[in-house]
Write a protein that binds this ligand. Structure first.
Ligand code: ZN
Length: 174
């Protein structure tokens, strides 16, 4: 009886030990990964690029039955210059301040979100006014074709244009 008792006690102790090692191991790996990512981000340059908010999502971890849940917020940005998409983990205050379709300047360092300043980008620029074809004008005195940029007829020196002369002629005839 005493031997069986000792055996059970040993097995129970072993089980608890193995579980404890696993839990500590998972913790250690998680912390190590976090530190590795943190230090890798620190080595990256801080960049500010024009970007667009593509999509938002939140992830709730933990059971929903008690209050020990935590919510993680993610926002996916698309850079305007090279169409690169990247999802960043953001704080809830940043999450609520961003809307899908927002345009602005995104500042980030590696996988670390640093901020987003909303800039209302103008819509496509209006098309330039059509360039009217410039035509030569006809001299009202000698009917020569005069270059559009010349104020006087090079042949007779008149600045009277044919159309203007016609109008004046009609007015005087009436
Ligand atoms: Zn002329």
């Amino acid at each position: 009886m005493h031997v069986l008792f000792t055996l059970m006690f040993t097995l129970a102790s072993l089980f608890i030990f193995v579980v404890a090692v696993l839990v500590i191991g998972v913790f250690a790996v998680t912390i190590f990964k976090g530190i590795a990512q943190w230090s890798s981000n620190n080595a990256q340059p801080v960049l500010t690029v024009p970007a667009l908010v593509v999509t938002k999502r939140q992830h709730v971890s933990g059971s929903g039955h008690d209050s020990s849940t935590s919510t993680w917020y993610y926002v996916t940005f698309e850079t305007v210059t090279d169409d690169l998409r990247q999802e960043f983990s953001v704080r809830s205050v940043d999450y609520s301040g961003l809307a899908e379709g927002d345009t602005g300047d995104l500042t980030y360092q590696g996988t670390r979100y640093k901020g987003f300043i909303r800039v209302r980008r103008p819509a496509a620029a209006p098309p330039p006014p059509p360039v009217l074809p410039v035509s030569n004008w006809t001299c009202g005195y000698c009917a020569a074709s005069v270059p559009h940029n010349s104020p006087q007829c090079p042949a007779c020196g008149s600045s009277q244009r044919a159309a203007a002369l016609a109008t004046t002629g009609t007015a005087s005839a009436a």
